[in-house]
Design a protein around this ligand. Sequence first.
Ligand SMILES: Cc1ncc(COP(=O)(O)O)c(C=O)c1O
Length: 398
Amino acid sequence: MKSNFLNLKKNFSIPKGTIYLCGNSLGPPLKSMGNEVKKFVDEEWAKELVKGWNSKGWFEQSKKIGNQIAKIVGADKETIIVGDTLSTQVFQALTCALKLNQNRRYVLTDNGNFPADIYIAEGLLKLLGDKHELKIVKPEDIIEHINDEVAVIMLTEADYRTGRIYDMKNITQLAHSSGALVIWDLAHTAGVVPIKLSETKADFAVGCTYKYLNGGPGSPAFIYIAPNHINKVEPALFGWHGHKNPFEFNLNYLPSSGIEKMKIGSPSIISFASLKHALDIWDNIDMNELRLKSIELSELFISEIDKLSIDLNLVSPRDPYFRGNQVSYSLENGYAFMQALIQENLIGDFRSPNLIRFGFSPLYLDEKDIINAVAIIGKVSRNSLWRKFSNQSRKIVT
Ligand SMILES: Cc1ncc(COP(=O)(O)O)c(C=O)c1O
């Protein structure tokens, strides 16, 4: 199917004059989102009240929306459930994986993994009585640490700092050949990098829906479990929504048979309404085309920045094949620099200690935006506009 990204851009709501290069943190809403949420409130919640769980199929939405996401990340139907936060899903996936491989010592991850995942792992291992140990190595050293003592390899496909992406297929194969299981966090790739979960034979995957999937701030996360594991795994959280017969209210927990056992409690149906609407756009998107377009945009950005000859050091891989959808630079006074860009209506973000990050989604960006963005970066640098922010204390969210 042919994707026409120029046509999609007009469907997104971004303030006039703003260039939004921050979809790696939070995607923008579709213009129709307000109406869609209102429609849900008026026509489902207000009209149906509690009957909506049946009449509007709310109870089944975790799986239905999971199936929409499955298409985007190359997974089979009925292998993904949506709900809860990404941190919770990391906890669920890691617990399941460790139970499958409980006689092995290590959970292997890298120091570019998002700290949330590492914190969850630390807490879980403590809860399990320190039977397992977390081994954190440099991303480039992961492969040499895969051995028969590793129970689970837990990695984020794209590094949140640099955008560097792993070769999922290769790492998964290496892991399997030494008997380890792999959990992939797709937060920074779902919806923008073609992913083939089934073909890759990934064991578990998790991801958020508020970045490139544009579901809205804090929209629910997803968990994938490979069909060959689903019958063997037991969720960490015995959720009543994941019970085989939740409305029989038995006092004994009995898990549902399929991926539905990963459901926990009542999901946010209002968030599902916005997420479902945001995902509908993917019906007409070819992920390979999207990837090519995002590479075109990020390549243009890097080459135009190079022409400025300013003090920005590219920390993302120069080869787009090894780069996700994000380009990062390090610089002194990075926080102040980003604040100055934001004041000039170019929105990216900052990650400690010295990184400024820019994300490129072809759904709402085109070449003109990139050229304008680089012009703003040049202006802020040439005129030292960042200086006026250099003594300001940082906001909570950077
Ligand atoms: C890779 C990755 N994992 C986990 C998280 C934590 O997600 P949440 O705050 O939705 O639980 C994030 C948040 O940005 C993330 O980028």
